[in-house]
Ligand binder design. Structure first.
Ligand code: AR6
Length: 173
């Protein structure tokens, strides 16, 4: 069974086997956690992303999928890039958000990663309400069939940490 933890902080500083990036389909960088990961990890990560675009992912990475690269000079060994869905009131995209977590864990299993850190995918620029994003994240990781032993949700800010703690406590009930 996978052990779930929450922590407040900056995911680029976390020493786990793999950290997950909330990227966009281009894989060529952006703001938020994506910008922070590329800044802290250095140009090796972008070079690996460009290589993926030139080879296996000419059209980019679709929402709900995940792919791994080096973590450059980050303390983690790998970065697993996933693309969350943009939040929509008109359309329920929860299955795509759940897929980000499931696919990231599948990639982690392929790598042999045992400890994985996630940010709150889609809950920043992509506009997903934090409470709902947290519930989907926690439920999907708990239900996933994975060899990953520990998942740490690394949350930026007290509100995000409280939302994930609440989602975890709802599970326990
Ligand atoms: N460590 C942990 N969490 C962070 C960090 C960090 N260093 N920096 C931000 N967050 P976002 P999205 C939190 O916008 O909504 C990018 O431009 C942030 O507070 O990074 O999936 C990509 O290139 C929020 O709670 O990702 C895409 O274009 C959470 O991480 C787009 O944003 C996710 O916010 C993806 O948007």
């Amino acid at each position: 069974m996978t052990h779930l933890q929450t922590r407040r902080g900056d995911i680029t500083t976390v020493a786990v086997d793999a950290i997950v990036n909330a990227a966009n389909s281009s894989l060529l960088g952006g703001g938020g956690v994506d910008g922070a990961i590329h800044r802290a990890g250095g140009p090796e990560i972008l070079a690996a992303c460009r290589e993926l675009r030139a080879t296996t992912l000419p059209d980019g990475l679709p929402a709900g999928r995940a792919v791994a690269t080096t973590a450059g000079r980050l303390p983690a060994r790998w970065v697993i890039h996933t693309v969350g869905p943009v939040y929509s009131r008109a359309e329920n995209r929860s299955a795509t958000l759940a897929s980000c977590y499931r696919e990231s864990l599948r990639v982690a299993d392929d790598l042999g990663a045992r400890t994985v850190a996630f940010p709150a995918v889609s809950a920043g620029v992509y506009g997903w309400p934090m409470d709902d994003a947290a519930r989907i994240a926690v439920r999907t990781v708990v239900d996933a069939a994975t060899d990953v032993e520990t998942v740490v949700f690394v949350l930026f800010g007290d509100g995000a940490k409280a939302a994930f703690d609440q989602a975890l406590s709802e599970l326990a009930r």
